[in-house]
Design a protein around this ligand. Structure first.
Ligand SMILES: [Zn+2]
Length: 642
């Protein structure tokens, strides 16, 4: 039975809390919800980024600790990849800046806090022989911030089962609670297990769930059920999620993003700039580190020479060292760095208030991810822009379904399968706009501020690429060459090029076999496909035309475990083969043209000559002597026989 004494928020306690939290005044909703929590009630809050949602963690926890200095709070947060070295306990140190936001905030408010996830736990145990879980059991902390993975692991069980800890536990706080149901989220499987924790903890402990991107539809109810919030038994508060100072500008790519040139964003660095300050402070989100690196390199190329070495543009992702990321963040905060090309890890815990433009470069996996990312713009409440790019297939077309080409029908099928809110964001109904799509999704009252969106706006950034730039980055085309503006070739997949495709397939299997012969263990009887699977070979064949950079090759064969070892060699093979194939295509096309003109010559045909890049022959090649000679087109049959 719940015999715990409820806390009442007196005026005196309130003024102490306000002072400790460092605010001039707590907002009414913060006071009301804190009272409910102190009264043991569960609370759910949806509110936009930067609204002070974590006050619902700190205010009640501080109040509980005023009454009992041993009181403890448990916060469940996606802190993956944010865990920091625990040696340094000062919240003001350099290392501490990279600590999870809540841990830093708690320490600044006088609550000893610890973030326990895989990284921090392993690091503390191997570097300092410390056991963070044990320290928490011994009451060294007032706040334990835990990742969902750690929460549900055996390593954490001793803490949850410890009677002293359970006696001292006063609240459970769940950050980013939408992740419980978010499709495609890495955190989702673990977040779904959080609800089970309820049965293991005393029932009178209040649970608080907050999110800036929890939609107002059936997902809301699903999240509540998963977290064990029973209907009618919790207090729900919704604050507007929409930020009126952000202008929403959904766009479609007009240029490909598979190569190393990104003409759609040349406008970010106008050719007229004379100093770094002329570049608007922008944050670009890319879905993969690979794409981010290519975008970063491209922007770097756009800078005038004197700015090249000034770190005006910098990348930010999880493979960069802690110190490196801190360096980027400090430069970006100070404004010395004007553009950061980031992966998703910039979304958590990084606070740079004056980002004027957020560019979401490529389609995110969900609408809530997109909202998290664009929420980084204009946190200082000044005018900011959210520019989100989608590939052309996302664009709805007004056409009778019976009249669709095969390609259009495929695109339609993809659109029907994609997240429909994202689809509506990029294709808002005629009478609506992206902001309305946003507001309706989150249950906000739709409004149209001065610079609302792509449809209702007064001032827009000039997003048209300068013609001189487009020309500069468009490779000169030789007659009939298949090289496209992004530096990749046109696919070798047309009817006329059918023969070329077969040739590519043969070349790849020959390369695979030869390389396998060289690298396999002497007695290995495994086939060459154990080295590079047929599936990957087919994939390579299908996309062979884009392998004009090693980055493209890496992203194409990202699933190949031996990529790092063999990529240079495979790339040089591809380079040479591509050139040969393109020349051949040119030659063939010219011949086709001639043939079309002079039908009488059709009978004569033409001989195919494909130059296969040669690797140094190995002993096995010689001994087996299966005779693939330079200049001779390999035959598929031969590969199968081997
Ligand atoms: Zn609008």
């Amino acid at each position: 039975m719940d015999t715990r004494k409820r806390l009442v928020l007196t005026d005196h306690t309130l003024s102490v809390l306000t002072e400790k939290l460092g605010y001039p005044k707590l907002q009414d909703w913060q006071v009301t919800l804190t009272k409910h929590i102190l009264d043991g009630k569960d609370v759910v809050l949806t509110a936009g980024t930067g609204c002070g949602k974590t006050t619902l963690l700190f205010a009640p926890l501080l109040a509980f600790r005023l009454e009992d200095p041993m009181a403890i709070g448990l916060s469940i947060t996606p802190t993956k990849a944010l865990g920091r070295d625990q040696v340094c306990r000062s919240p003001f140190s350099v290392v501490a800046i990279l600590r999870p936001f809540q841990e830093r905030s708690a320490m600044l408010k006088g609550i000893p806090a610890v973030a326990i996830n895989e990284d921090t736990a392993s690091r503390a145990s191997s570097n300092e022989h410390r056991d963070l879980v044990n320290e928490a059991i011994n009451g060294e902390y007032g706040l334990v911030i835990v990742s969902p993975e750690m929460l549900t692991s055996n390593r954490f069980k001793p803490l949850l089962n410890n009677q002293k800890f359970r006696d001292r536990l006063r609240l459970v706080f769940i950050d980013e609670c939408h992740l419980v149901e978010e499709q495609g989220s890495d955190f989702r499987p673990r977040y779904k297990e959080i609800g089970q924790l309820r049965h293991r903890l005393p029932s009178f402990i209040p649970w608080i769930a907050v999110s800036a991107t929890l939609p107002n539809d059936q997902t809301f109810n699903q999240v509540m059920v998963s977290l064990g919030f029973n209907p009618g038994c919790y207090i729900y508060n919704h604050l507007p999620i929409d930020n009126p100072n952000i202008c929403y500008l959904p766009q479609f790519f007009e240029h490909p993003i598979s190569g190393s040139t990104f003409l759609d964003i040349t406008w970010l660095i106008p050719s007229t700039i004379t100093s770094a300050a002329d570049i608007t402070k922008s944050l670009i989100f890319c879905n993969t580190i690979n794409l981010g690196t290519r975008v970063y390199r491209f922007l770097q190329k756009l800078l005038p020479q004197p700015l090249h070495s000034n770190e005006v543009v910098l990348p930010y992702h999880s493979l960069i060292s802690d110190e490196g990321r801190l360096h980027v963040m400090e430069r970006f905060r100070s404004g010395a760095t004007r553009i950061v090309v980031a992966s998703d890890c910039f979304t958590w815990g990084v606070d740079v208030p004056d980002i004027r433009q957020v560019i979401v470069f490529d389609l995110p996996s969900s609408f809530s991810k997109l909202v998290q990312q664009i929420g980084r713009a204009g946190r200082d409440k000044e005018q900011a822009y959210a520019i989100t790019y989608a590939p052309p297939w996302v664009k709805d077309i007004n056409k009778d379904p019976d009249d669709l080409t095969k390609r259009e029908a495929t695109d339609l099928h993809r659109r029907e399968k994609m997240c429909q809110v994202l689809r509506a964001w990029f294709n808002p109904p005629l009478t609506s706009c992206p902001r309305e799509v946003f507001c309706i999704h989150f249950g906000d009252k739709p409004s149209h501020p001065t610079n609302c969106c792509i449809k209702h706006n007064l001032v827009l950034p000039n997003m048209v690429p300068e013609q001189s730039r487009v020309m500069a980055f468009t490779p000169k085309r030789t007659k009939g060459s298949g090289l496209r503006s992004d530096g990749t070739y046109a696919p070798f997949a047309t009817k006329k090029d059918g023969l070329l495709r077969d040739a590519i397939s043969d070349m790849i299997s020959t390369w695979t076999r030869r390389t396998w012969d060289e690298v396999r263990k002497k007695n290995s009887l495994l086939p060459p496909t154990s080295f590079l699977s047929q599936e990957l070979q087919d994939h390579l064949c299908e996309r062979f035309h884009v392998i004009t950079s090693i980055e493209n090759l890496s992203s194409l064969l990202g699933d190949w475990p031996l990529l790092e070892q063999h990529k240079t060699r495979l790339f040089s093979f591809c380079q040479e083969a591509l050139k040969g194939l393109d020349d051949l295509r040119k030659e063939m096309r010219e011949k086709y043209e001639v043939r079309d003109r002079e039908e009488s010559e059709m009978e004569k045909g033409h001989s195919l000559k494909i130059r296969i890049p040669i690797q140094p022959k190995t002993r096995r090649d010689e001994s087996e002597g299966e005779g693939l000679e330079d200049g001779e087109p390999p035959k598929k049959r031969r590969c199968k026989e081997l």
